[in-house]
Ligand binder design. Structure first.
Ligand SMILES: C[S@@+](CC[C@H](N)C(=O)[O-])C[C@H]1O[C@@H](n2cnc3c(N)ncnc32)[C@H](O)[C@@H]1O
Length: 267
């Protein structure tokens, strides 16, 4: 197997060293090949935002990636292999957040039941993103799904606090429910990289803070433009990101490097 290229010149020899002593890397590879050589039980949180099986190529100014499989079984086989590999590298107290949408969320729920166990289900989160068109034929599709499973009973969770909406609680914060109202990235947003299907930093910061302990380690095997890695770096968590697409890896590395510079300047 070819060694994944890493963001610096360190060798891919000592597997434990890779995560425990030298985290904060972005690898360009099929995530399965990286997951298979990582040591077991090292990550506190895995966030996965894989292609959703839309049947078309995702194209934008900053890159393009394939999102079609010959049939549903082939897609589910692809996901099953990678979910099993993620399960192996999570700590006993670790969790997974799997981002998907209406096309496959029902299949993903069953796959996660199979790999993690149905009793390990924690939440079916709704990311209500607001933007997008409407249809005269159905209710407008304005949300994605994020499935939250824990590897074992002692998982970390710190509820995010969001502004209360009731008159009684006006001006106060309350624990977030399972519907997360975070706007999608608009065309003018400063964080926009141009990479297709980039997720907002506000959403990933909320998820990382809620589901990864302080100073814990985050894995994103489909990291795209690196949003999860930036959220982890910003909050003093370690990270490993993987993407099969060289444009994604270039953007993700640039973003985390910029983050390090910004953090150094603010100290
Ligand atoms: C939905 S995008 C991730 C977007 C990311 N969350 C962000 O905020 O930019 C899915 C990514 O999965 C990557 N991908 C597809 N197959 C892969 C594989 N086998 N291994 C690693 N990455 C893969 C694609 O290149 C794409 O960048």
């Amino acid at each position: 197997m070819a060694r994944p290229s890493s963001s610096n010149s360190s060798q891919w020899t000592d597997r434990d060293h890779l995560v425990r002593a030298s985290p904060n890397r972005v690898y360009c590879a099929d995530c399965l090949s990286v997951l298979n050589v990582l040591p077991p039980r090292v990550f506190d949180l895995a966030y996965l935002d894989p292609p959703f099986n839309t049947g078309r190529r995702q194209v934008a100014a900053g890159g393009t990636y394939g999102d079609s499989w010959r049939n549903l079984d082939e897609y589910l086989g692809f996901m099953r292999d990678r979910l099993r590999a993620v399960h192996r590298v999570l700590r006993p107290s670790g969790s997974i957040l799997l981002h998907c949408d209406w096309r496959c969320s029902h299949h993903m729920r069953l796959l996660l039941d199979e790999v993690f166990g149905a009793e390990q289900f924690v939440n079916h989160l709704i990311w209500a993103y607001g933007l997008g068109g409407s249809s005269p034929r159905r209710f407008a599709r304005k949300h994605d799904d994020v499935l939250f499973y824990a590897k074992g009973p002692d998982y970390f969770f710190k509820p995010p606090m969001v502004p209360a909406t009731s008159n009684r609680m006006k001006g106060k914060l309350k624990k977030a429910g399972d519907v997360l109202h975070v706007p999608a990235i608009n065309n003018m947003a400063l964080e926009r990289t141009g990479y297709p299907t980039q997720k907002p930093l506000t959403l990933l910061s909320m998820l990382v803070n809620a589901c990864c302990p302080p100073e814990g380690t985050v894995l994103d095997p489909f990291c795209g433009s690196g949003t999860t890695l930036v959220a982890a770096a910003r909050t003093n968590r370690s990270y490993i990101g993987v993407d099969a697409n060289a444009d994604a890896v270039r953007i993700a590395r640039r973003r985390v490097e910029e983050e390090v510079v910004l953090m150094a300047m603010s100290h």
